[in-house]
Design a protein. Structure first.
Length: 308
């Protein structure tokens, strides 16, 4: 994609109580782009998002968000960002419409009623507008939270694990809506743990132990990882996994049901390592396509080794 840079930050770092949770992170996201922000719990995703939208001041680093300096112009960023937190944060004893009207009042929006009505229609909430938020299912609460985020016509959406705890149908509908918004020019940075959601992003960035380990399109991240992957099935996968893990040249062994994914950062070394096992007629080996999950597991292992 070739739009203007909406997020352009470098060297972001943040510590709490002497513990560094974000280390020298840089991210660039263009207008109309959906960027998936991935990483394990405690990796620094939420802290990074809060620095981008002006809720936290970085200890080090600089850059711009929506054209505003993230240090000196944080209040201006907040006005043009929609931020959806992990936890549902609207009023459960108010109706859907009352919640949106409250948000419109906070932003001092002109013609509040019309703006709320448009958003209710846009998100398919008009038929439920008088229902109390506390009585909604997880998927409908998620839809209401998204409506509150886009009500004031932000230029950037920051979504912090927005689909955690909702069913697959609601997740798919949510992502369909996100793509429609991006098509209209809205920029989205969304943190997620789901690989299928990552694959729906225009680009992804993976963070672990507070450091950005890789970024790019899904295809480029997999290609540039250099990881070779094989699948093996056999009569005793637990014992086989243990033996494979102890073999030099094999960097990871991950169970997928009754199949093991065996990966290596050096394809030639991996081939040599599995050669004796491939001679066993009880084992069935197939060369497999490396997936995002394989890449992220390998990145996590590499990052952990470097920190030790």
């Amino acid at each position: 994609m070739t739009g203007e840079l909406v997020i352009d930050v470098q060297g972001l770092s943040k510590s709490f109580g002497g513990r560094t949770v974000v280390r020298d992170v840089g991210i660039q996201v263009r207008r109309g782009e959906i960027c998936g922000f991935l990483g394990p719990n405690g990796s620094g995703k939420t802290t990074t998002i809060r620095m981008l939208c002006g809720l936290l001041t970085p200890d080090a680093g600089e850059g711009r968000c929506l054209g505003y300096d993230i240090r000196r112009e944080a209040p201006r960023i907040k006005r043009e960002v929609g931020y959806m937190t992990q936890k549902f944060s609207l009023y459960e004893d108010l109706s859907i419409r009352e919640n949106l009207d409250f948000v419109a009042r906070m932003y001092d929006m002109p013609e509040r009623g019309a703006a709320v009505g448009r958003t209710l229609e846009q998100l398919g909430l008009a038929g439920r507008q008088r229902q109390l938020a506390g009585s909604l299912s997880g998927g409908w609460k998620q839809r209401l939270a998204l409506a509150a985020c886009i009500l004031h016509n932000p230029r950037l959406l920051l979504l912090d694990e927005p689909t955690a705890g909702v069913d697959p149908k609601a997740r798919r509908e949510f992502w369909d809506q996100i793509h429609r918004l991006a098509t209209d020019g809205l920029t989205v940075l969304v943190s997620t743990h789901y690989m299928d959601e990552a694959e729906r992003c225009h680009k992804i960035a993976y963070i672990a132990y507070g450091r950005l380990l890789t970024e790019g399109t899904v295809e480029s991240v997999i290609r540039d990882s250099g990881i070779a992957t094989w699948e093996v099935t056999g009569p005793d996968p637990v014992s086989l996994a243990r033996r494979l893990e102890e073999t030099p040249g094999i960097d990871m062994v991950v169970p997928f049901g009754t199949t093991l994914h065996v990966g290596g950062l050096d394809p030639a070394a991996l081939q040599a390592a599995i050669a004796p096992f491939r001679a066993d007629p009880a084992l069935r080996w197939l060369q497999a396509e490396t997936g995002l999950e394989d890449v992220f597991i390998a990145l996590m292992m590499r990052a952990k080794d470097e920190l030790q």
